[in-house]
Design a protein around this ligand. Structure first.
Ligand code: EPU
Length: 447
């Protein structure tokens, strides 16, 4: 297991390129199950979650390989092709490693008429049911039952239906993806109401349309899908990762740095710009050229941070995937603020870890309450999930002295080479194997 040693205090400076989106890549890779012929995906990040989904797809009879992308030095493309369509079991061993594996359920039922997929189970960010996925697939005509921790489904040919995806906390992102994929090959017309508007769902719709699907309304809460008989080979470029971009923006702000981000889509970051500007950060959107326009973001030295409350909500609201990082950032703003999570009200395992650095932060129901401005001092920290890990990295970059962050395999699930990117910007951050408890302890405080 790896850990990070972070010595805080260096302002980040320079240019950094944002990777392709994890949460767009995963459902699009799963959608390849439905395509007759080769799928080529450019911009898929190198991540543990992508490796896990590749393994899931391989056990489902798909060939998955990475090859250098023509015309680029460093980019590679993921190629996916059907090899054996008789396989339909996604085992607990793989699905438990990554919930997004549930995205194979819709494509398997739509294309192969059979699916045996492990229930993903709970995770560190709270209760994550899949009732809306199952209700929607049943409405499309799949016969589903739960047995020994598996969803077992059969379907002759799915039929279009009118499906409402509203759940107790809004829509569902991977649920919308699962139903959008399934409806693409269903007979007739499907309407998905209260669908997710997240850019990752829009990217999936773009991918499916490029392969021959008929989808209207992507990016709105109502999707209309007219089923087609099959999908054709397709090449697609994955959108850039808005969560990574925003995490890097906050890393620049928390260290008082001056950073230029490229490979960004600024329209996907509206709520983040609003929050950062309200908190006093100096942000600039730069568009250059026209064919196609190239977008960049500059975070420059700003005024002292001001406390600013955010509530995480579905897109275009402030993303729950940035709630932990914002909480870390607000520990540097003098005064009190609250950070609420309306999507995952239990996603607060970073709070006690931030307190270990000296922050005055506590949890109150679905909120973190922060009294910002206290000095942060390096400490031993434990990452609990992907975005909490990023929050700890941000706080450690702003803390005085050395922090040790363990269990950063969580971070590797969803950020491509974040440590290398931060180090290239001047962060004093080192990855080590967690094989020696003694050498990695930060200095003990005096009694
Ligand atoms: N929900 C239900 N029933 C369902 C599905 C969801 O009640 O059938 C509830 C959930 O419990 C939650 C809310 O609806 O309270 C939203 O959950 P959603 O289904 O939208 O989450 P997800 O699709 O499982 C994706 C991302 C998450 C991101 C959320 C919210 C992927 C692979 N995962 O999860 O990303 O936090 O949407 O935006 O796209 C991450 O990248 O760190 C991550 C956790």
């Amino acid at each position: 297991m790896d850990l990070f040693i972070v010595r805080g205090g260096s302002p980040l400076r320079g240019r950094v390129s944002v990777s392709g989106s994890k949460n767009a890549s995963l459902p699009i890779m799963a959608a390849s199950i439905m395509v007759d012929g080769e799928v080529t995906l450019e911009g898929v990040p190198h991540l543990a979650d992508v490796t896990t989904l590749s393994q899931v797809l391989q056990t489902l009879g798909m060939k998955v390989s990475r090859r250098p992308s023509p015309g680029t030095d460093s980019q590679s493309a993921v190629e996916i092709l059907i090899d054996d369509e008789t396989r339909c079991v996604a085992s607990y061993e793989l699905v438990r490693r990554m919930r997004a594996s549930i995205c194979v359920l819709g494509p398997l039922l739509a294309k192969r008429g059979r699916a045996v997929v492990s229930l993903p189970g709970g995770c560190n960010i709270g209760d994550r049911p899949i009732d809306l996925h199952l209700r929607g697939l049943a409405a499309l005509g799949a016969e589903l039952r739960l047995e020994r921790g598996y969803v077992i489904g059969v379907a002759k040919r799915l039929r279009g239906a009118d499906i409402d995806l509203a759940g107790p906390r809004g829509s569902t992102v991977t649920g919308t993806a699962n139903l959008l994929m399934a409806a693409t090959l269903a007979k007739g017309r499907t309407v998905l109401r209260h669908a997710s508007c997240e850019p990752e769902v829009v990217d999936l719709a773009r991918f499916l349309c490029a392969a021959g699907a008929k989808i209207d309304g992507a990016g709105t809460a109502t999707l209309e899908i007219t089923g087609v008989e099959g999908l054709e080979p397709v090449r697609h470029h994955i959108i850039s990762d808005r969560i990574e971009a925003a995490t890097l923006m906050m890393a620049a702000v928390i260290t008082g740095g001056d950073v230029l981000l490229d490979n960004v889509i600024t329209e996907h970051l509206g709520s983040v710009f609003e929050a950062l500007q309200a908190a006093g950060a100096n942000t600039e959107r730069i568009t250059e050229g026209s064919d196609p326009p190239r977008q960049e973001i500059r975070i420059g030295p700003g005024s002292p941070l001001r406390p600013f409350d955010v509530a995480a909500n579905p897109y275009p609201g402030f993303p729950t995937d940035l709630q932990a990082q914002w909480t870390a950032l607000m520990t540097r703003a003098v005064g009190r603020c609250r950070v609420r999570d309306d999507v995952f009200p239990d996603r607060f395992l970073h709070v006690p870890e931030l307190a270990r650095l000296g922050a005055n932060v506590s949890r109150s129901g679905s909120c973190a309450v922060i009294h910002g401005g206290l000095p942060l001092r390096g400490a031993n920290l434990m990452a609990s999930d992907l975005r909490a890990s990023a929050a700890l990295v941000l706080a450690a970059l702003a803390a005085e002295g050395e922090s040790v962050i363990r269990r950063i395999y969580h971070l590797d699930r969803g950020y491509e080479r974040l440590d290398a990117k931060l180090a290239a910007l001047g962060a004093d951050l080192e990855r080590r194997t967690d094989d020696s408890e003694i050498t990695v302890l930060p200095p003990l405080p005096a009694a």
